[in-house]
Every structure is written in C-alpha cells, then in structure tokens.
Design a protein around this ligand. Structure first.
Ligand code: G4P
Length: 526
C-alpha cells in the first residue's frame, strides 16, 4: 500500500498565463510555502547567478522572457508537488505544449486588471484538448482591478467553462482587505507587509459570526455579505468531478507578490487536483500504480550547465517506481540502459534520484540517444503517445561565419534538433543548412546558443522556401521521388527524407505525380 500512497500523493502541474500576469512570482511563492526555498526572491537571485554563468540565457535577460522550462519538486502538507515551468512567450509554444503534455493539471494565473489575455486563451485551449483540470488564480488584487463578477463572467464566456469561486475578495487595490474562503468559512486578512510569514485564516462560523464585525469595517462587511449572497445565487457550487473532467474551474483571488492566497491555492491543488493519470500507449493503457516502471521523454535540454556539456532528457514516470540503477529498455532502439545518474529537480538544485514514482519527473543525462517521445520500460514494448509535434512554419538558411566551421555547425544543429529546439534540414545540394521554427524569435535564441554554447558565430538568412514536408511511403517510391527532385530534397536530423517546397504549386505537383507517397507537415515523435 505504501507504494500506492506514494503515487496518490503526487500532484504534477504547470502554471499557464499571459506574460506579466505573475507566473514567476507565484512560482516563487509556491516554493516558499513548500519550504523549498527559505526566502522569497531566491528563485530570481539564483536565476540571475545562473544566468551569469550561462551566456545563452542572455537572450532571456535581454528580452525579459523565460526561455527554458524547468521542473521543481517540493513537499507540502504530506503531498509531493511537481511544478513544471513553461515559457510564457508564444514563440516557445512548442516547448510549452510538450510540457503541458506531461502534467495532470494547471493553474491559470490572470491579472485581475486584465482578465483573459491572448496567451492565456491559447494555452487554455491546449489544456482543454486534454480535458485538463484548471484552477484559476486571479492575481494582483492589491491593485485596481476589474469587478470580480465581471471577471467571472469573462472566464465563463471566453473559455466556456463553469466558474466556481472558492474565495471572495473584500475590496480591491488600496482598499483590498482580504478574502473570505467560501468553502471553509474562513476570513483571510490581507497584510500589506511583504514579509515571508505564513498566516493561517481566521475560522468563522459563517458570515454572521460576530468576529467578522470586529475585523472588518461595516461597509466592507455589508458589501461582502451582499456579494457572497449573489455569488451563491449565481455561481454553481464547487463540484470536484466537474473540475476533474475539465468543465469547471475553481477561482481563487489573491496577490502573489504579497504571499496572499498562495497557501489557499496550494492546498486547493493538494486536495482537489488529480493524482497521476493513466498513460496512453499505442499498445494499451497503463495505470500509474502498475508495478513495472514505464516512462516518457517529453523534453530534451542540452547544455544546462555549459561546463559539463550535458544533455538532459526530462522524463515523466507514467507507472511504477524508479530506482537508482534501474535497467530500462529504450523501446525505440531496443537497447537496455542502466540509469544510475537520473536527477530529481528539487527547486533549483539538481540531485541524484534514489527513487521516484509515477507522476514524478526525472532528468536522465545522455549523449543524444534519448529523444522526445521515446518510451522507457522494464522490458515491455510500449510506445506512449501524446507528445505533440509542430510543423515548421518559417524556414531560414544558416551559415557559419567561418566556412571551416561548417561541420561543427552541422553537429550543433543536429543536437539542437534532437533537443526539439528547431527542425533542421540538410539539403542534398549545397552546403547550407535549413532551419524551421514556429516563431521568429526562436532564430535569435538559436543563433545565440550556437555562438555561446558551441563557439560558432553564424548567420540566419531568409529563404524563398514555403514549407518543408516529410516524405513517407514505400522505400523504392521514396527513392524515385528523391532522385527526380534532388534539388528540393533534404534530410532531417535523423536522416528522414524531407521535401523543401518553394510554393504550393510545386507541392501540389509533387503530390499529384506521386499519389502513393505521404507528405507530412509534422513528424510524429514516436
Ligand atoms: P510573469 O512571470 O507572468 O511574466 O510575471 P511576473 O511574476 O514576473 O510578474 C510581472 C510583474 O507583476 C512583476 O513586476 C511582479 O512584481 C508584478 N506582480 C506579480 N504579482 C503581483 C501582485 O500580486 N501584485 C502586484 N501589484 N504586482 C505583482 P515588474 O515590475 O515587472 O517586475 P519586478 O521588477 O517587480 O520583478
């Protein structure tokens, strides 16, 4: 039973938001409450120190965006939380989508003055495709905000989601006094001092408790009573099953920077958010409490520590228990690998994992043999699905400033492609490489990384290419097609043939001439 308890107490989640809504601040405070850091602010301080060491993150600093996702594990009130950080900028959505495929639920952070913003909406749609339970945190209540009723209405209307507030704000901006916990009948008073102390709420016997009159001014208490009456009349009661099915979101109000509402949302996640879910493989469904371990690679990150040139595969354990030294089958190659040095991500520090359970994320250092979408098992042939792959939308040529470094550039590009940072194609003719990305900012990040991590100054240049499509079919047919279209053919980092089309007329003609071939915009990463 101890084994099942370990799995049941895990909560693996991510935070989605529009840039600036307060995701970083909330993350920091969750870690503070989780005891993973001593003092709020440490995430940033550490981050800055790390950035100083790792030059490629300069892009992150210059642009004020968070490029790399990371994982943070912490315990709180008997539960283990795995928080997967997602980059907020839309150019990095590929990474974000993959990260979201590895969590069981998400916190949606809204800026109380802005409500649902474009990026919140896009990320929400990804979560909805997976019927993922969403908990809403309305942040920055210490500032002038929209009316809370309007905010609830906006969430309901724009996201077509039932909303059920679990706390209710008393005032806003300069007059923000705190929240009333509707589930527990508790008053949480707002303390403007930005200290790192954790306060417990004041237990009440309901809104008529005389204690409330002592703690709140008359007008605020009257308004609270009126509001709560309306909320209880208008909004459905919180229904945990509707939440788990992804049709209802519980709404918390707070102010992350002031530590306010953070403990409540953490407890909410602990109490209501789903435990590790069933994994879907092509062969069968895999329950988290199966004894045999299985896991899925959802992200690769190279050079996390430039001194070590390491490449970490982020692996979600889908079932069973991982033990240090486990011999795991790498299903794609059929090879067995002994995993001695897997890492756990305890807040910002990496630590060798002795054991980990379904729901946990471990990092496995490797030299490129693990790829996104790969499955690891104790022997069974399983291929997990669900890690999304995206069509490269913008194609550019890349060339090393020093032509002698062309080979090195090729290797760097291959590594970045395996990491999932971009699609990389080597045309059959010519010495340039073609790189495909989803958002243009990715080119800046790539060129910065190639320069700082591989010491190869290089230039990206526009091409006249419209699209790159993978060509699949009977090998002889593929070869015939490749031979007669040599000038437009390339291979991707794994050697698969790709057709680089200049315009839709070319592409249509190729499809008409070879009806038995499949032209694919993405390559499934399984
Ligand atoms: P993000 O990761 O979602 O992009 O947002 P982040 O946490 O970086 O927060 C964006 C800005 O909002 C920051 O201010 C942060 O201090 C502020 N903020 C976060 N939570 C609250 C809150 O509850 N109340 C108020 N009033 N502000 C909040 P900044 O000036 O851009 O950055 P900084 O100089 O403070 O770091």
């Amino acid at each position: 039973m101890a084994f099942e308890n370990e799995i049941d107490r895990r909560r693996t989640f991510a935070i989605i938001s529009h840039p600036d809504a307060g995701k970083t601040t909330l993350t920091e405070k969750l870690l503070l409450f989780g005891g993973a850091i001593q003092m709020a602010g440490e995430v940033k301080a550490k981050g800055e120190r790390r950035r100083a060491r790792s030059d490629w993150m300069k892009v992150e600093q210059e642009r004020g965006i968070s490029v790399a996702s990371s994982v943070m594990t912490f315990d709180y009130e008997g539960r283990t939380f795995n928080l997967l950080d997602t980059p907020g900028h839309e150019d990095f959505s590929e990474d974000t989508y993959r990260t979201l495929s590895a969590v069981d639920s998400a916190i949606m952070v809204l800026d109380a003055a802005k409500g649902i913003e474009t990026q919140t909406r896009k990320l929400f749609e990804v979560c909805r495709l997976r019927d993922m339970p969403i908990t809403t945190f309305v942040n920055k209540m210490d500032r002038e905000t929209k009316d809370p009723f309007d905010l609830l209405d906006e969430i309901e209307q724009t996201l077509a989601l039932d909303v059920s507030p679990v706390s209710w704000p008393i005032g806003m901006g300069r007059d923000f006094l705190g929240c009333y916990d509707l589930l527990k009948d508790e008053l949480n008073l707002f303390d403007r001092s930005k200290g790192d102390t954790i306060k417990e709420g004041i237990k009440c016997s309901g809104l008529d408790d005389p204690k409330l009159a002592e703690l709140l001014p008359d007008h605020a208490l009257n308004k609270l009573r009126e509001d709560v009456d309306m909320v209880r009349g208008l909004c459905p009661e919180f229904d945990v099953n509707a939440y788990l099915e992804g049709t209802m979101t519980p709404v918390f109000f707070g102010s992350a920077i002031n530590n306010f509402g953070v403990q409540e949302i953490l407890r909410g996640i602990g109490q209501f958010a789903p435990k590790p879910r069933v994994g879907k493989a092509l062969e069968r469904s895999v329950a988290p409490n199966e004894e045999k371990m299985s896991a899925l690679v959802f992200k690769i990150q190279a050079n996390m520590d430039p001194k070590h040139r390491d490449r970490i595969a982020f692996v979600r354990i889908v079932s069973g228990r991982f033990k240090k030294g486990a011999k795991l089958k790498h299903v794609r190659s059929g090879k067995i690998m002994a995993v001695h040095n897997a890492q756990l991500f305890l807040a910002q520090d990496r630590e060798i994992a002795e054991e980990a359970f379904a729901g946990d994320i471990i990092g496995i250092p490797n030299h490129g043999n693990l790829r996104i979408g790969d499955t690891l098992t104790e022997g069974e042939t399983l291929r997990f699905t669900g890690v999304p792959s995206f069509a490269p939308e913008i194609l550019q040529k890349v060339r090393a400033d020093d032509p002698m470094k062309a080979k090195h550039l090729g290797r760097a590009l291959e590594q970045l492609a395996e990491e999932g940072a971009a699609r990389v194609f080597k045309p059959n003719l010519g010495s340039d490489w073609v790189v495909g990305v989803v958002g243009p900012l990715q080119f800046d990040v790539l060129s910065d990384r190639i320069r700082t991590e591989y010491q190869i100054p290089c230039r990206f240049e526009p091409t006249t290419l419209m699209t790159a499509e993978w060509v699949e079919g009977e090998p002889r047919e593929v070869k015939a097609f490749s031979d007669s279209n040599r000038a437009s053919m390339a291979v991707d980092h794994a050697g698969a043939p790709v057709y680089l089309a200049r315009n839709s007329w070319h592409l249509d003609r190729a499809k008409d001439d070879y009806p038995s071939l499949k032209f694919l915009k993405t390559k499934e990463e399984i």
